[in-house]
Each structure stands twice: as structure tokens, then as C-alpha cells.
Design a protein around this ligand. Structure first.
Ligand SMILES: [Zn+2]
Length: 118
């Protein structure tokens, strides 16, 4: 009896709007109520997963997937660049999770961890 239909596009669009508004709300509460922030982020990520909708590259950089907070530079986010690896390092000060991104506009990066074959 189970119906398995692909999610229609309009549902994804609604989900995306909902996700973005949750993330905006999360951002608004980050300074005053981090418990609420985390709940909003968790909801947004759950929706993103459920509907297979991306939160977008910008939010991805500013959401900690480890402790589910919104990352604000100078508040709970430390941004450093590493010339050695050509990456920007985003560190969440709440839980210490680290993310690395290549410098803007540069296409290079050849790390051991990257597979050239897919
Ligand atoms: Zn974190």
C-alpha cells in the first residue's frame, strides 16, 4: 500500500522557502538564544534532507553541521586562510569543527583525499 512518488518540483520550492526562513530565524536568535538557533537549524537540515533540497553554498558555509548552530564571523566563527594548502579554514568556536574551502575563484586543489576518478 505504500506509495512512492518523486517529490514534485513545487513541493521542493515550498520546502526550500521554509528552509531558508528557518535559517533566517536561526540567525536572528544566534546571539540571544542558542537553543532555539539549534532547533531551527535542525529543522532546516531535516527538511533539506527529506526533500532533497540544498540549503545553498552560502548557508552551507555558515551552518555548523556538527553542533547545528549558525556561524557568524567574529562571534562563533573563526576564518583563517592557509597559504600552504590554498584553503580558507572555517572553524566553529562552539564545537571546534573545521571546514576547509579553496580560495574564491580558484580551481585547483589536489589533495590526497580527493578522488580524481568518480
Ligand atoms: Zn559547531
Amino acid at each position: 500500500m505504500s506509495k512512492r512518488k518523486a517529490k514534485p518540483k513545487w513541493i521542493k520550492e515550498i520546502a526550500k522557502k521554509r528552509i531558508l526562513s528557518l535559517l533566517e530565524q536561526a540567525k536572528e536568535t544566534v546571539f540571544s538564544n542558542s537553543d532555539r538557533t539549534k532547533r531551527y537549524v535542525e529543522l532546516a537540515l531535516a527538511l533539506s534532507k527529506k526533500y532533497n533540497v540544498s540549503i545553498g553554498p552560502d548557508w552551507k558555509k555558515h551552518v555548523c553541521k556538527n553542533c547545528h548552530t549558525v556561524l557568524i564571523e567574529g562571534f562563533n566563527l573563526q576564518v583563517r586562510t592557509s597559504k600552504k594548502t590554498g584553503t580558507v579554514i572555517y572553524k566553529c568556536k562552539e564545537c571546534g569543527a573545521v571546514k576547509r574551502y579553496p580560495y574564491k575563484g580558484k580551481v585547483f586543489i589536489k589533495e590526497k583525499t580527493l578522488n580524481t576518478t568518480h
